[in-house]
Design a protein around this ligand. Sequence first.
Ligand SMILES: C[S@@+](CC[C@H](N)C(=O)[O-])C[C@H]1O[C@@H](n2cnc3c(N)ncnc32)[C@H](O)[C@@H]1O
Ligand SMILES: Nc1nc2[nH]cc(C(=O)O)c2c(=O)[nH]1
Ligand code: SF4
Ligand SMILES: [Mg+2]
Length: 264
Amino acid sequence: MPVSDSVDLDGEAEADTDAERDASGDGLPINELFYSLQGEGTLAGVPSVFVRTSGCNLRCWFCDSYHTSWEPTHAWLPLEEILAEIESHDADHVVLTGGEPLIHEESVELLAALDDRGYHTTVETNGTIHRDAPIDLASISPKLESSTPTPERDPKGEGEWEDRHERDRIDLETLARLVEDYEFQLKFVVTDEDDMPEICDLLADLRAVADVPIRDDDVLLMPEGATRDRLAETRTRVADLAMEYGFRYTPRLHVDLWNDAPET
Ligand SMILES: C[S@@+](CC[C@H](N)C(=O)[O-])C[C@H]1O[C@@H](n2cnc3c(N)ncnc32)[C@H](O)[C@@H]1O
Ligand SMILES: Nc1nc2[nH]cc(C(=O)O)c2c(=O)[nH]1
Ligand code: SF4
Ligand SMILES: [Mg+2]
């Protein structure tokens, strides 16, 4: 799905100020929509349609979807058009991702329409926003300190997003509501062993406030890497950490298969 203009969607000003917004108001800014194999998590390998919304409230330095976060681009599509495109593929699973799909109120309507049509829905989210919606799997990827765009790691500017990212990346109450309300997986992007104390501390805090059990089995370590070359540097280290800590390891199948090609 080709996209055109660049408009800032950072999750606060959100869509309402966007002059391009569909007049009927029931659309979403779509960065890409494609058919692929789920590459990550417990459903890895399952044929799925991916709907990637544009705009994010965070700015991970390593974000593999640069054109939904650092420089968001999109086409505004009415929900009927999104649904028609999804239905043109022969799949039972739909993955709603971004950017951060839950910054958009209209994501709820899309999920409801998908539920009506019998799809299994996965929502890929950074865990900072909760919405009531028919979500079959909340694929939550809380962001660690190592994701913060410090001036040295900023892919675009000179650290302008550092403070906001650091302020907003973890919201324990929101994480608790997500794990309480939905089937979930917690999928942490890991570069090396320095990430592990923060994961363990966060899990302890979340277990203390959430009303549902969080099993080690619900926790997945995913190697940081947007390209095959980068994954070759991180994945064995992360696999070893998964064994050491008793968490699951998830590959990034799509990167192994198609590297960093768009619409994969
Ligand atoms: C682009 S994000 C969109 C959904 C949501 N904003 C989030 O971060 O969960 C989709 C998934 O890709 C992961 N991801 C993004 N960049 C990555 C990278 N360079 N290496 C490994 N995982 C990455 C995120 O952690 C998340 O699990
Ligand atoms: N194949 C494939 N699987 C994925 N699982 C989560 C993805 C995402 O970007 O949210 C993703 C993606 O971009 N491609
Ligand atoms: S939260 Fe997700 S979409 Fe937003 S910058 Fe981080 S990885 Fe990218
Ligand atoms: Mg991806």
